[in-house]
Write a protein that binds this ligand. Structure first.
Ligand SMILES: N[C@@H](CCC(=O)N[C@@H](CS)C(=O)NCC(=O)O)C(=O)O
Length: 201
């Protein structure tokens, strides 16, 4: 099994997920800046042209960071980072989907259409005039999330899951791209500190 990666947030989610399981797999670096992921050899593996993708021993290729993590959670079941029961898995998927659709996607596009514009303008439809609104949307939904996770250790409650990893990797990436955490979102600020300590330790 080989994971095709670059230094960006989506591959980092999968790498962080594996590290949290104490698992390691072979990785293949792909030159994103140079556009290697948009050339035929990579497109033959992942027609979406994005990273990461996971190539299995039989040649099957899985793309989309969340799908890859779902697969890896079954291959490396301990500790379960999606859930040990049907209910736990459903709850983790519910929160991960909320985070992905409401926060990560607008945040990522806000960055692609602004700070990433030069890199992305010839790769996908970019809407620079939408960048600020997308970033605002992501911030509004973070404030919504803040009210929902107050009093919890982790996003879904007392279980550390993929939802924590997914949101944390993206918020850290967003901070690096000029989207600071809103200090009024106290629950998220405290959770972010817990995440930083957990991943450092
Ligand atoms: N929906 C995809 C998004 C992946 C994505 O946007 N990856 C970035 C790297 S972090 C990428 O490949 N960007 C380069 C490009 O689109 O050419 C996923 O969840 O894996």
């Amino acid at each position: 099994m080989k994971l095709y990666i670059c230094g960006g947030p989506y591959p980092t989610i999968v790498m962080t997920f594996l590290a949290a399981k104490g698992a390691a797999i072979d990785t293949v670096p792909v030159d994103l800046i140079g556009g290697e992921n948009r050339r035929p050899a990579y497109l033959a593996k992942n027609p979406g042209g994005q990273l990461p993708c996971l190539e299995l021993a039989d040649g099957l290729v899985l793309a989309e960071a969340l799908t890859i993590c779902e697969y890896l959670d079954e291959v490396f079941p301990d500790p379960p980072l999606i859930g040990a029961t049907a209910e736990e898995r459903a709850i983790t998927r519910m929160w991960t989907r909320r985070i992905d659709l409401n926060i990560v996607e607008p945040m990522a596009n806000g960055i692609r259409f602004a700070e990433g514009f030069k890199l992305y303008r010839d790769r996908m439809r970019c809407i620079p005039q939408a960048a600020d609104d997308l970033k605002t949307l992501a911030q509004e939904r973070l404030t919504w999330l803040d009210g929902l996770i107050a009093g919890r250790s982790w996003i879904v409650g007392e279980r550390f899951t993929l939802a924590d990893i997914y949101l944390f990797v993206f918020l850290r990436f967003g901070i690096g791209a000029g989207q600071a955490l809103n200090p009024r979102n106290e629950a998220i600020a405290a959770w972010y500190e817990r995440m930083t300590a957990r991943l450092a330790g």
